[in-house]
Design a protein around this ligand. Structure first.
Ligand SMILES: Cc1cc2nc3c(=O)[nH]c(=O)nc-3n(C[C@H](O)[C@H](O)[C@H](O)COP(=O)(O)O)c2cc1C
Length: 215
């Protein structure tokens, strides 16, 4: 698949065929991640392929991302947080580069993927997956053969609206205190820390919210 075709046609896939992903494709996808650029060429990523039922269950119980439990394959992407460039958090950027490579590779191999950050709170996730403190869990990649492939989403702005020259010269779209955002941040902070049993009670709301993106 041509790179621009993959870029423009890739969609987040949340519904998968009940069919395993062959090991050679899993390796190919992870290898694509490994070929991403990384800050100072550290290549400090690690990939946990999760196929243990109990571990999958622990993650599924602690997320309201309704499709995680049904995804044939889960890959947790980690990156060492032992970076000196905390200013730009370059370890997260390096991991994101790998994830994008993996999603494009999956797309070109006829697979679907969705990057998920609606996860258990980090401290809990560390315990479930035995992740040491010097690695950050960056995102969970759900993978599988797509049940259907939705059309590309429209870009919200034209190219001209997102490019300017030399200095920031865009219409200011934010004026100081954003109360709504602060409330949303507080709700999410609390939500992440709720016990799994209470979180489950909120599943229908979270699902409704996530399904908005799933068209
Ligand atoms: C950093 C990041 C985190 C995301 N987390 C979630 C998530 O927790 N649950 C989910 O359903 N989708 C998640 N997504 C997928 C986005 O909702 C999706 O990329 C967006 O709606 C655009 O749709 P598209 O990927 O099909 O173009 C995430 C995407 C990114 C880049």
């Amino acid at each position: 698949m041509d790179i621009f075709e993959a870029l423009k046609n890739r969609r987040s896939i949340r519904r998968f065929e009940d069919k395993p992903v062959p090991d050679e494709l899993v390796k190919k996808i992870i290898e694509s991640g490994q070929w991403a650029p990384s800050a100072c060429n550290r290549q400090d990523w690690k990939f946990i392929v999760i196929d243990d039922k109990e571990i999958r269950g622990q993650i599924t119980r602690n997320t309201s991302a309704y499709f995680v439990g049904k995804a044939p394959l889960l890959i947790m992407v980690l990156y060492s947080n032992r970076t000196d460039n905390l200013e730009y958090k370059d370890h997260l950027l390096s991991a994101a580069m790998a994830i994008q490579n993996m999603q494009l590779a999956a797309c070109s191999l006829g697979l679907g993927s969705c990057c998920v950050n609606n996860l258990p709170v980090k401290s809990k996730l560390r315990k479930i997956l035995n992740i040491p403190r010097h690695y950050d869990p960056v995102s969970l990649l759900c993978l599988g053969f797509p049940k259907s492939y939705p059309k590309p989403l429209k870009r919200k702005e034209s190219l001209d609206e997102i490019i300017c020259k030399n200095k920031f010269d865009f219409k200011v779209d934010f004026h100081g205190l954003d109360l709504k955002l602060n409330v949303k941040r507080a709700v999410r902070y609390i939500y992440y820390r709720l016990p799994a049993s209470v979180k489950k009670l909120m599943d229908p709301i979270a699902r409704k919210f996530e399904k908005r993106f799933d068209e």
